[in-house]
Design a protein around this ligand. Sequence first.
Ligand SMILES: Cc1cc2nc3c(=O)[nH]c(=O)nc-3n(C[C@H](O)[C@H](O)[C@H](O)COP(=O)(O)OP(=O)(O)OC[C@H]3O[C@@H](n4cnc5c(N)ncnc54)[C@H](O)[C@@H]3O)c2cc1C
Length: 395
Amino acid sequence: MKHYDVIVLGLGAMGSSALYQLASRNVSVLGIDQYDPPHRLGSTHGESRITRVACGEGPMYSALARRSHRIWTELEEQLDVSLMRLNGLAVIGGPRGAHRHQNPRFVETTEEAADLAGVKYERLSPAELMARHPAFRISDDEKVYFDKDSGYVTPEACIRAQLVRARQQKADIRINERVTSYESVSGGVCVVTDRGVYHAGQLIITAGPWLPQLLRSPVELKVQRQVLYWFALADRKSLEMYQPENFPAFIWMVPGRDQNIYGLPALGGVSDGVKIATEQEQTEDTPESVSRVVSEEERRSMFATYVEPFFNGVTSQCVRAEVCLYTKVKDARFIIDRHPDMPNVLVASPCSGHGFKHSGGIGEVLAKLALRETIPADIDMRQFTFEEPARVGAA
Ligand SMILES: Cc1cc2nc3c(=O)[nH]c(=O)nc-3n(C[C@H](O)[C@H](O)[C@H](O)COP(=O)(O)OP(=O)(O)OC[C@H]3O[C@@H](n4cnc5c(N)ncnc54)[C@H](O)[C@@H]3O)c2cc1C
């Protein structure tokens, strides 16, 4: 039986990144996935993800996003592929729509994070945003944050690129193989799959929405069904309004609605449409129980409630819809930590609905933790522990 320095369990956004980082450090590493990533059953599919350095979730995330941008740029150069485009971000919110991650100050927190991270931004009036980006229909009482250090990244392409580079640097990869158990043994960890048994000094678990089933630890993780929708555009002129040079990524606490929306530029033609989605907090699921079918009623309701009132040039024809899973920790935090009972096991649960933009940097952190390298001082690992970090000002 081959002994590895490190095994990575799960090769989605976080695992493929960790595998690539470990392989490029010249250690013996095995990556295992129950499917053939990138696939459509976890959290990392659907064409595009917003990336932003200044995050309304808090300033502790900026250093991870910046590292991810650097890593994706390096991968683009190494493999001659396109992974990311910083075409701008609008964060829009007003008094009638203040729900996001329980942070009613999402726009202001984004500005504070931008100040701390040195991101240049503008505060635009709704009229100014609509003059620049005529696709939006924004009411007068909304605030608009806008920066150009943000944009979008293509998640499936990032996974592919990281796995290609990991293979080139001698990582072993086993796909369509499911880990059924793992345990601490003398000198490390023993991992059992439906096809074999492997030993390693360290195990990194990056199992996304399957993490609750694999994690023997009392942390609350909620898996939530989310739906991504693409609506066809009216004509070529409308398509132009939604192309990356004319339409930024956006997060919008839309007025008078239960959910926030976000969206990304059109990356195809008129009939491929523009991607717009909501975030629901009401229901919980598992990857096995979740309904992956998006009904006609859901599509109709999405268009009537969240698309038609807020955008120009979009038709009611829903050309694509994908179910994707959030894995949420309380307060939309990330966990990137050693297992409390198994010191040779590292766990990363950095979804909480906003993890992809940090995945390049998180893979690097996981590799450093596994190899006991120093974590750069600008990444505050105390924020990402199993135990909730003490809040500033808390008793
Ligand atoms: C609808 C939606 C929109 C989002 N939008 C954004 C956004 O705009 N910006 C942003 O930054 N983030 C966004 N996110 C969050 C981001 O996509 C996630 O944080 C990220 O994709 C999580 O990656 P992961 O590696 O943890 O999980 P996954 O990519 O799901 O990977 C987990 C892997 O583990 C494997 N696995 C699990 N169990 C086993 C087992 N027992 N044996 C072997 N393999 C196993 C799975 O097959 C899977 O490949 C969004 C998420 C969703 C769902």
